[in-house]
Design a protein around this ligand. Structure first.
Ligand code: SAH
Ligand code: SF4
Length: 343
């Protein structure tokens, strides 16, 4: 029989499981603590559990859903991890340590079916959704690696989170309840799946929703994001306003700046007009080169000019820090082929 995976179970479920093994319930809470707070890899590391019980646990269950199978290290401390699962699939997750916080960028699917023209993940298409346990395990495995409690989680790795809605939501609740990561420190990025944005608004949880906009009009957006055909900008903006109204949370609009594609002065003005009056931040992301794709980032002067125009109409603009350049570790440009192993 396949071993039970403990990651993804809440305290009560772990408690029930140890009771089934004829151990007192409080052992379950201790085990949950070792898994979620101390992020151990092995039952033998659980110091207040007897060797005999650890052996019993080991015979019927295992802690983790996945395991780290490769690491790409960057000089600035940003590391990218390849995490493999039993079925042979693998995904990437990124650890971003700062002095005051430690952030992880996690994947929600193996590949992505949306196939945005500029994105490395989309190139190989969609394989499967990750389970909630696999998503949570990305955070735990990286927490173990870093030796520090993870403070921030961004769902900006491989895949479209809102196409794996239930598992993503389940993982958010468990990151909050079991790892005690504040909802306010969790960000979910979506390409803009309108019906799911409305569902998430009803959930009314204080996470940050980030919308990958990347264009100020439908024509350009459709050229970059095929699914924009189905979800027109005016309806997308309406759903964002609804989200802000229902949750009281400020939305983030991500705008990937691609040289000579969406970086013109008129695009900046058009974007300013589109977003005027919405409680929003705009996050400018200078494009990270993907081998084989015909896109590049604009010069710094152009980026600053674009930002300046948005600010002049009263928008709050931030620019994504370009950490982890040497390992192509920026979220959203993760790709399985050709990046581990020194190329
Ligand atoms: N599917 C979701 C979340 C994963 S992508 C989404 O599209 O929002 C996370 C972010 O990284 C998106 O804003 C995406 O457009 C961006 N991204 C994709 N490829 C990139 C690249 N080469 N350089 C910089 N950002 C990129
Ligand atoms: Fe999928 Fe997001 Fe990449 Fe588009 S940008 S292909 S939605 S991961």
């Amino acid at each position: 029989m396949a071993k039970k995976i403990l990651v993804g179970m809440n305290k009560e479920e772990i408690q029930q499981y140890v009771e089934y093994l004829e151990q007192p319930g409080y052992r379950g809470r201790q085990i949950a603590d070792w898994i979620y707070k101390k992020s151990v890899l092995d039952f033998s590391e659980m110091k207040n559990i007897s060797a005999l019980f650890a052996k019993q646990l080991d015979e019927t269950s295992r802690i983790h859903a996945g395991k780290i199978i490769d690491i790409a290290k960057s000089k600035d401390g940003t590391n990218k991890y390849l995490i493999g699962f039993d079925d042979g699939n693998a995904i990437e997750a990124v650890l971003l340590p700062y002095s005051d916080r430690i952030s992880v960028c996690i994947s929600t699917q193996v590949g992505c079916g949306v196939k945005c023209r500029f994105c490395a993940t989309g190139i190989n298409g969609f394989r499967r959704n990750l389970t909630a346990a696999e998503i949570i395990d990305e955070v735990l495995l990286l927490q173990h690696e870093s030796g520090r409690r993870i403070s921030h989680v961004v769902y900006m790795g491989m895949g479209e989170p809102l196409f794996n809605y239930e598992n993503v939501l389940d993982s958010i609740y468990k990151l909050n309840n079991e790892l005690e990561i504040s909802m306010r420190r969790i960000t979910v990025s979506t390409v803009g799946i309108i019906p799911r944005i409305k569902m998430l608004a009803k959930e009314n949880i204080p996470i940050t929703l980030a919308i990958s906009l990347h264009a100020p009009n439908d024509d350009l957006r459709k050229r970059l994001i095929p699914i924009a055909d189905k979800y027109p900008l005016d309806e997308l903006i309406e759903s964002c306003k609804l989200y802000v109204k229902q949750t009281g949370r400020r939305i983030t609009f991500e705008y990937l700046l691609i040289k000579d594609v969406n970086d013109s002065i008129s695009a900046a003005h058009e974007l300013g007009k589109l977003l005027r009056g919405i409680m929003a931040n705009v996050n400018i992301i200078p494009y990270n080169k993907v081998e084989g794709l015909p896109f590049s980032k604009p010069e710094t002067k152009k980026i600053d000019m674009f930002k300046g125009i948005l600010e002049s109409v009263g928008l709050t603009v931030t620019q994504r820090m370009e950490k982890g350049q040497s390992v192509s570790a920026a979220c959203g440009q993760l790709r399985l082929r050709n990046k581990f192993g020194g190329k």
